[in-house]
Design a protein around this ligand. Sequence first.
Ligand code: PMP
Length: 308
Amino acid sequence: AEMDVDTIWMDGEFVDWNDAQIHVLTHGLHYGSGVFEGIRCYDTENGPAIFRWDEHLDRLYASAKPYDLDIDYSRKELTTATTELIRRQGLESCYVRPIAFYGYDSLGVSPAGCPTQVAIACWPWGTYLGEEALEEGVDVMISSWRKHASSQIPTNAKTTGLYVNSMLAGEEARRNGYVEAIVLNKEGNVAEGPGENVFLVRDGEIYTPGLAESILDGITRQTVITLARERGYTVHHNAAISRGELYTADELFFTGSAAEVTPIRTVDDTQIGTGTRGPVTEDLQSAFFDLVERRVDDHDEWFHYVNE
Ligand code: PMP
């Protein structure tokens, strides 16, 4: 893909985009033994600002734990690498993708002997589900695939291998003419989207599945919960949501670093509420964009300014 970027940070060095290569017998390629992050850096009055960098770093190191993946770079090193990448390439806003994975040694399932490789790439990335999606909402289907149970794999870790499930669900949806999927967990309750958390609004109160429902604890999810509570909404952050409740919700929306806050207007062709962006969604969506684009000055602690 040709993008307006030319540099990647890999294993401690800045390398040309096309030279950021790995061996074909890389453990992570064969067994999905990598962990990663997806982060947005927003264009603000004070230059590019990485949103909730600290929390994303926390999650990266935490994701690595169950796999004994030893990320041999400090927070400071990864921070410097990232800010330097953004500055060097003159990016005003971008998506940031750190990844750590077991590299090449032997090809047994055991990663013993495999080095841990770490890379960071940044590139300009627009709206994830389409520009009009933010206003009009997206059409989604309930996937026929279920989420991994948290007893089968740590679903709270952002592991590369997990995303084949996301790919199956998302592509099934797109093959059927939908923009995105909602995936149920093994119990049949609402888990999340392939790369988004799900929120439901009913009678003015907000519900989102709890961590025991096999979800990734999204940082946008945490942000929206905080913003909603600050605005006086009651938020049920440990909800178990049945499939049926989706169809009768007043409003539904997705959250994610990529998807930001995206309304859902239909589920399985059933109109949600009025079939347009609902008032609570709109309220939280504006609060979110006002925050990340720094039109308000609250929660400055959530921003890592690249030029400081
Ligand atoms: N669930 C899954 C499966 C995801 O991949 C993502 C994107 N990282 C999310 C939820 C949303 O998480 P966040 O808000 O931290 O991007």
